[in-house]
Design a protein around this ligand. Structure first.
Ligand SMILES: [Zn+2]
Length: 176
């Protein structure tokens, strides 16, 4: 970090310790050029995410809105609310840690679809049909085709993300 006194480029960290009940790191720095001493703090910054809609319009990311759209998809389906909560939190964290300040609404839609695919087939199809704005029956067929996965995966009782069989065929989401 640049020295605030002389503008020297190479200040050195002399001491580094937790601060603010470990919510921050406090560093004492010294400038080898002028001998100036100063303190810096390192803190977590959860970024302000901006969603870029298909229209190009930018709106702040809204976790509640994400949760509502998922709630609509899983309405009256036997899905544990705790798993929905975990899905919403997981997506939010993925977006926050992606390193991007802006995220396309399509990318969020894909994450939701991926998550719902592991939770409940009906909710997945409901969400996808709204999200992808289906008009043709063939769109549904193509989507249902993706549920089969084509490949038989071994049953894993511990896997929380195994979906219920559809049309007599076991469908599973690939492990991530
Ligand atoms: Zn200096």
């Amino acid at each position: 970090m640049r020295c605030p006194y002389c503008g020297g480029p190479d200040t050195q960290v002399k001491d580094s310790r937790p601060s603010e009940d470990s919510a921050a790191i406090r560093r004492r720095r010294v400038c080898p050029d002028c001998g100036g001493r100063f303190t810096t703090f390192e803190r977590v910054q959860l970024r302000e995410l901006v969603v870029v809609k298909r229209s190009g319009k930018r709106v702040p990311f809204d976790r509640d809105k994400l949760e509502r759209s998922i709630d609509v998809a899983v309405r009256k389906r036997p899905v544990d609310p705790e798993r929905i909560e975990r899905l919403v939190s997981g997506i939010t964290r993925q977006l926050e840690s992606s390193g991007e300040g802006e995220v396309a609404s399509e990318a969020i839609g894909e994450l939701v679809m991926e998550g719902l695919k592991g939770l409940d087939d009906v909710a997945y199809v409901r969400f996808a049909s709204v999200y992808k704005n289906f008009r043709e029956a063939s769109d549904f067929k193509a989507l249902l085709g993706t549920l089969g996965g084509g490949q038989e995966l071994p049953p894993d009782e511990a896997a929380p993300d195994t979906v219920t069989p559809i049309r007599g065929k076991r469908a599973a989401r690939p492990r991530q």
